[in-house]
Design a protein around this ligand. Structure first.
Ligand SMILES: Nc1ncnc2c1ncn2[C@@H]1O[C@H](COP(=O)(O)OP(=O)(O)OP(=O)(O)O)[C@@H](O)[C@H]1O
Length: 241
């Protein structure tokens, strides 16, 4: 980690009508590191990532880019990447590569999809679609890459592969921010973890420091957070019935 901050949220708030999605959130996203956002469903992870990307305007506070000049500053893998059917993998990535004068084959090789370049995108597995989404996020070599739940819905081996690719993206010097419920993989991959609850950042620290503070594997601590959240949902559903 070089410690240089490429992107920062400063006292950011975001409301949707009377729903407070984010409240007074400050977070740095440093270069050469993976910053992981974890927290229960609805705690504000996606909203924070979208505010950091400039896709959502915060209702308070600011977001600052402090990275190097680049054709494309920010790359983004959305939670459910979708590609227009009827095109091959190479044609699809070619579309995005052309926008920023990049080489489609370099992008496909980077994520290990070189061998399926001629397949139709609608025939890809969920994991391959995610890898294609990462290739798209890397087009133009952005200094910051943001990934929203990059491994959700994937089998354990594919999840591990995706997280290995994510780690290698940061090792190339980029600032990477991601959200995930794959706690064991996040714990292994992230250099820093921000824990969100009810739209606020509860704590930011290295996985090791959090482990020392909580006295056990992170996933046990955070699973109890997640379990509490699903208990609330279940109680609401029962109450509504
Ligand atoms: N466009 C929107 N309109 C209204 N409320 C929204 C909108 N987007 C998000 N919210 C609300 O903001 C809160 C935070 O949502 P967000 O999707 O950021 O959480 P999350 O931590 O990413 O959840 P998950 O883990 O389920 O993906 C939730 O209460 C959600 O219902």
């Amino acid at each position: 980690m070089t410690g240089e901050t490429y992107l920062s949220a400063n006292e950011v708030g975001k409301t949707y009508g009377d729903v407070t999605a984010l409240s007074d959130v400050s977070l740095d996203v440093p270069a050469d590191a993976v910053t992981g956002l974890i927290g229960p469903n609805g705690s504000g992870k996606t909203t924070l990532l979208r505010v950091l990307l400039g896709l959502e305007r915060p209702t308070g506070g600011t977001v600052e880019y402090g990275g190097p000049d680049a054709v494309r500053r920010l790359g983004y893998l959305p939670q459910r990447p979708t590609f227009r059917p009827g095109f091959t993998v190479r044609e699809t990535i070619g579309f995005y590569a052309d926008l920023v004068d990049d080489d489609p084959d370099r992008l496909l090789e980077r994520v290990g999809l070189g061998d399926v370049a001629d397949r139709p995108v609608d025939g890809l597995s969920g994991g391959m679609t995610r890898l294609l989404g990462i290739a798209q996020a890397l087009a133009g070599d952005p200094p910051v890459v943001v990934l929203d739940e990059p491994a959700s819905g994937l089998d354990p081996a594919m999840s591990e592969l995706i997280f290995d690719v994510v780690a290698s993206i940061a090792d190339e010097g980029r600032a990477v921010a991601l959200s995930s419920h794959e706690l064991a993989l996040v714990e292994r991959t992230a250099d820093r973890l921000a824990v969100l609850e009810s739209g606020a950042v509860v704590t930011v620290d290295t996985p090791q420091a959090l482990r020392e503070r909580t006295g056990g594997p992170l996933h046990e601590t955070f699973t109890s957070l997640l379990e509490r959240e699903s208990a609330v949902v279940t109680a609401t559903e029962v109450g509504d019935a």
